[in-house]
Design a protein. Structure first.
Length: 362
């Protein structure tokens, strides 16, 4: 079989040619994966992983003029876009009927927690009811009995919210503290219900915070690492944040998508916590990010604003991934210090290149 697994963004032309070299017969032998949220951080990492394992990868895209599809075509030419919308069941049925996937990874959601307070109904419709619609589409396309399609649902540590025990496991009761967390609880519970009611192979991964250079700028981790880089380069004077005392269990997104794939390779479906088991505060994140660019007096560049505090805060999240480590053989490879170093280095390179381009252009 042709080998087209390598390469970075700068090798886009080579990868397009390589992907085109697959014969129809070779493609027919490939397992097929259908991924929602394909343009997000996790979708990109998962696409790379699945492609490296010989999958034909289909990514659901909402709208014909999705601005991120240009990036996807350049960096991931092996991903075939398929129209669909988590708010529209017929579009999901049509997409799955066309793709005939072996595996479905439902990563799509309104995933910014702070935004969910302002758009609670939209969050419930997409992040919550969207899971129900996808399950129904899988059941309709795969059949009522002996359904061959395996489905992964992206659950979240935000479901634990005001935690009942520390660390959190698969058996820890949920107490969500945001519309996003509430919607994720519905999605998680409906997966369990469909698995038990219809015998579907459906799993949920309760993933704790996972980050990387591909994380969007609206998330606090990327906001901080990017600000540290820009301040070092003289492009920004300060960064405005909310609560610095919140504690999170942060891992690397590239590690976590491996757990997603492993869940769908087991004999029986189940739910798993995926976490590092190590917690850090937002202040730790800030201090270490600024230290990476040689700034020790980070307090001089950070301002807190009440508007960035959540109406109902989640103070501490730390996961116990013993089940995933034991049953799946999964282990995180990138620790928090390596993660911060990776993200800051990426933002330094990115912002320096943008600054040079602006100087040339103007």
């Amino acid at each position: 079989m042709s080998d087209c697994t390598g390469g970075r963004a700068s090798d886009a032309d080579r990868r397009v040619d390589c992907w085109a070299s697959f014969t129809n017969y070779e493609r027919a032998l490939m397992p097929r994966a259908f991924v929602t949220g394909i343009t997000g951080q996790d979708g990109q990492h998962l696409a790379e992983l699945l492609h490296s394992k010989g999958y034909e990868v289909f990514g659901m895209v909402k709208g014909q003029n999705n601005p991120r599809m240009h990036m996807m075509r350049d960096e991931f030419p092996y991903v075939e876009p398929v129209p669909g919308d988590l708010a529209d069941l017929p579009s999901l049925v049509k997409a799955l009927d066309m793709v005939q996937p072996d595996e479905v990874y439902n990563l799509g959601a309104i995933s910014f927690v702070a935004l969910s307070f302002n758009q609670a109904e939209l969050t419930a419709n997409i992040t919550g009811l969207g899971v129900l619609r996808m399950l129904e589409a899988v059941r309709m396309v795969g059949g009522a009995e002996n359904n061959p399609i395996r489905m992964y649902q992206a659950s979240s540590s935000e479901m634990f919210g005001k935690v009942r025990e520390t660390p959190q496991t698969e058996m820890t009761p949920f107490h969500p503290r945001s519309p996003y967390g509430c919607a994720k609880v519905f999605g998680h519970d409906i997966v369990v219900n469909y698995r038990e009611s219809y015998g579907m192979y459906a799993c949920s991964g309760i993933l704790f915070n996972h980050e990387g250079p591909r994380r969007g700028m609206e998330f606090v981790t990327r906001k901080v690492t990017n600000a540290a880089a820009r301040i070092k380069l003289g492009l920004q004077n300060e960064v405005v944040l909310g609560n610095l005392d919140s504690k999170r269990d942060w891992g690397y997104a590239g590690d976590y998508v491996k757990a997603m794939w492993l869940m769908l390779q087991q004999d029986e479906p189940d739910d798993y916590v995926v976490a590092t088991g190590v917690t850090h505060t937002i202040e730790d994140l800030v201090r270490m990010s600024f230290a990476e660019v040689g700034i020790d007096n980070w307090q001089d560049y950070v301002r807190q604003d009440p508007k960035y505090f959540r109406p109902a805060e989640v103070d501490l999240l730390i996961g116990d991934s013993t089940k995933a480590r034991t049953k799946l053989g999964w282990e995180p490879e990138v620790d928090f210090a390596q993660l911060i170093k990776m993200m800051v280095a990426n933002d330094l390179e990115l912002e320096a290149a943008r600054h040079r381009q602006r100087q040339i252009s103007g």
